[in-house]
Design a protein around this ligand. Structure first.
Ligand code: URA
Length: 237
C-alpha cells in the first residue's frame, strides 16, 4: 500500500505544473474511484485507487525510467542558464516528473542515456561495484591495434596515474573502434584512447548492460523503459 496525497499523485505523473494541480482538483476535474474529490490533501492508495482527470484514467508508478537518444551539443544536466540540457529535449509532462540523467555523457557524445527519478537504480547503473557494461563506438585519429586492445584488457594507467578497470577494445575499422567499460570516470573513453595515441573524434554510446539503443529511436527522442528493458540493463550482452 502506497498512501499519498492526491495532489502529489498528480504531480508525480507530471500531469500539470505543480501550481495548477491544486486548481484542477478544486475544480472537480479529478475523480477517485468514480467520485469527484475536491480536496488536494485527500489521502489515496496510489497503487489501487482508480483516478481520472477529465474522465481519462491515470496510471501512477512509484518510479519512472526512460531512455533518450542524446544528440551531440546538449548538456547532460537537469538545468543550465546558458546551454540546452537533456531535460530540455523532453515533452513538458516528463520535464515535470523530477527525472535526472543516470551518469553523464559529454556534450559532444551522442547515444543512449537513461533518465529516472529512482536514485537506487541510478546508483546501481553507475557504480563500478555493479560492473554494468557501457559500450561505445568511437571514431578516432590513427589506428588502434591489438597491442592497444591488450593494454585495455590489462587495465590502463592514464597519464595522471588514474587506474582503469580492465576494458574491451574491438577494432571495427581503420579509424574506428568499440570500447566497453564498467566504470564512468571523467572523460573516460576519450582519455583511454588518447593515452594510446588514438584521440577520439566522435563518440556514441550504444548500450548499457544488454540494453541497446534502438535503431528506431531518433536522436532527441525519448522512450519509456518496460520491465524487460530494466532487466536488460543489469544483464551482460
Ligand atoms: N567517456 C567519455 O570520454 N565521454 C563520454 O561522454 C562517455 C564516456
Amino acid at each position: 500500500m502506497e498512501t499519498i496525497r492526491l495532489d502529489k499523485y498528480l504531480c508525480d505523473l507530471g500531469t500539470a505544473p505543480r501550481s495548477e494541480v491544486k486548481k484542477l482538483i478544486r475544480g472537480g476535474r479529478v475523480c477517485v474511484d468514480g467520485r469527484a474529490v475536491t480536496a488536494p490533501d485527500t489521502k489515496i492508495d496510489a497503487q489501487s485507487a482508480a483516478v481520472t482527470l477529465d474522465g481519462e484514467a491515470l496510471v501512477w508508478k512509484k518510479y519512472h525510467y526512460y531512455m533518450l537518444n542524446k544528440p551531440a551539443g546538449v548538456l547532460t544536466a537537469t538545468e543550465d542558464r546558458r546551454q540546452k540540457t537533456v531535460l530540455d529535449l523532453l515533452p513538458p509532462r516528463l520535464r515535470r516528473m523530477g527525472l535526472f540523467p543516470v551518469g553523464r555523457l559529454d556534450r559532444d557524445t551522442r547515444g543512449l542515456l537513461l533518465l529516472t527519478d529512482d536514485g537506487d537504480f541510478a546508483h546501481r547503473v553507475i557504480s563500478p561495484k555493479f560492473a554494468v557494461e557501457k559500450r561505445y563506438d568511437a571514431k578516432v585519429e590513427g589506428t588502434p591495434d591489438e597491442t592497444d586492445a591488450a593494454a585495455f584488457e590489462a587495465g590502463l594507467v592514464l597519464g595522471d596515474g588514474t587506474k582503469c578497470r580492465p576494458a574491451r577494445l574491438e577494432i571495427t575499422g581503420p579509424d574506428s573502434c568499440r570500447v566497453t567499460v564498467t566504470e564512468g570516470k571523467y572523460h573516460q573513453v576519450k582519455r583511454m584512447l588518447a593515452s594510446r595515441g588514438t584521440p577520439v573524434r566522435e563518440l556514441k554510446r550504444l548500450s548499457i548492460g544488454a540494453l541497446s539503443l534502438p535503431d528506431d529511436l531518433a536522436e532527441g527522442e525519448v522512450r519509456e523503459l518496460d520491465e524487460e528493458d530494466l532487466c536488460r540493463v543489469f544483464m551482460d550482452r
